[in-house]
Design a protein around this ligand. Structure first.
Ligand code: NAP
Length: 348
């Protein structure tokens, strides 16, 4: 029985932290999640480590088993950031590989949400492997949030971004908004764009600003990853609009329903979307509870007037305000980037 308790809780937690570090080495974007795995001997020492390097490559558990070489996995504990899959895709199921290798115990953090891939935990149990779930689940969920939200909700991950003055204005009285923030914040936005599959604005922004919506480097050059430009609203995008010469083909979605827009994008294969405004469209996503991350670039400037970053959210009384949690704050040049979340609506 003592064997069954080894390695102990402290060793397991240390191994899970290591597995999370390993997972983070994998690509953050793509169809597959970042996953790490540590194989422990009964005395708590590490026998092997592995991580997933992206779709089509071995899963973390298989990678770790391969590191054992001729070594035997009998009696080892596998510490994995995600429930081992039970699915034959481009690679075989990790559950059966762990069973075949003789692993005695599997400790994992997050349940696999996949319709086809989940069930690995149950299969391991059926085969007599000890299974424990939920170790460092918050940390592991945080790591794969961008993958987990789409997998669980069947819609793209939604980031809403705006730039505003310290008094919360997104434009001056004449509608001009270039530029509220400085060069460092604007460059950061380009990197954020490149990190999303699609970038979405309303027709109002297209007509007011004629944005190009490309992701560019600080020399103005196009970055390798270009998000698909998406416009929502019924007015046509003018023939001469800059968006018409975007390297990716423009997608225009008529109507005013954010959920329908996300549905259409999901069907096009979009798994993450950056909503860049303007205030009308951003407010619609917020109102409908469809925002996973808020990125607010706050410039130390005052504009005043009526053009606020968001318009009516249906908050009639202060008890209805949307209370967010600040996940991160960064100084970018002279501006502040606040990353915030609505934990009641966007927990995967
Ligand atoms: N500071 C910033 O971060 C920032 C970012 C972007 C824009 N801006 C500024 O924002 C201003 C434009 O604001 P805006 O609010 O008019 O732009 P918008 O949100 O881009 O566009 C609004 C238009 O989109 C359509 N639409 C799509 N979904 C909708 C919905 N759910 N509800 C209502 N309408 C919907 C409607 O047009 P149809 O009639 O065509 O359907 C609506 O008139 C400009 O001054 C621009 O410079 C600032």
């Amino acid at each position: 029985m003592t064997d069954h308790l080894a390695p102990d809780a402290v060793v397991l937690e240390t191994a899970m932290r290591r597995a999370l570090e390993l997972a983070a080495r994998g690509p953050a974007r793509g169809d597959n999640p970042q996953v790490g795995c540590v194989l422990l001997r009964p005395d708590g020492s590490t026998a092997a480590e592995g991580w997933h390097r992206g779709a089509g490559t071995p899963h973390a558990e298989i990678d770790a088993l391969a590191q054992l070489g001729e070594g035997d996995a009998t009696g080892l504990t596998a510490v994995v950031t995600l429930e081992p899959c039970d699915h034959t895709g481009r690679t075989g199921p990790c559950s059966t590989a762990l069973i075949a290798a003789g692993v005695a115990r599997v400790v994992y953090a997050v349940d696999d949400p996949g319709e086809q891939s989940s069930g690995g935990g149950a299969r391991l149990l059926e085969a007599g492997v000890a299974v424990e779930r939920g170790l460092l689940v918050d940390e592991a969920t945080e790591l794969v949030r961008r993958w987990l939200v789409p997998a669980r909700r069947h819609r793209p991950f939604v980031t809403v971004k705006w730039a505003s003055s310290l008094d919360g204005r997104a434009a001056a009285a004449d509608g001009t908004s270039r530029w509220i923030t400085g060069a460092a914040a604007r460059q950061h936005v380009h990197e954020v764009r490149a990190d999303h599959d699609a970038i979405l604005v309303g027709t109002g922004t297209v007509l007011a600003d004629d944005p190009s919506l490309t992701a560019r480097g600080d020399g103005g050059e196009l970055l390798a990853d270009q998000p698909v430009p998406v416009v929502v609203g019924d007015r046509p995008v003018p023939a001469g609009a800059r968006l018409r010469s975007h390297p990716r083909e423009l997608v225009q979605l008529g109507g005013h329903d954010p959920e329908a827009a996300l549905d259409a994008l999901w069907r096009l294969g979009v798994r993450s979307v950056l909503v860049e405004g303007g205030p009308t469209v951003a407010s619609a996503f917020v109102r409908d509870g469809l925002v996973d991350d808020y990125l607010v670039y706050l410039a130390p400037t005052l504009i005043g007037g009526a053009l606020t970053a968001l318009d009516d959210l249906g908050v009639a009384t202060i008890d209805d305000q949307r209370r967010l949690r600040v996940a991160d704050v960064t100084l970018l040049g002279t501006d502040l980037l606040v990353v915030a979340r609505d934990d009641t609506r966007s927990t995967p």
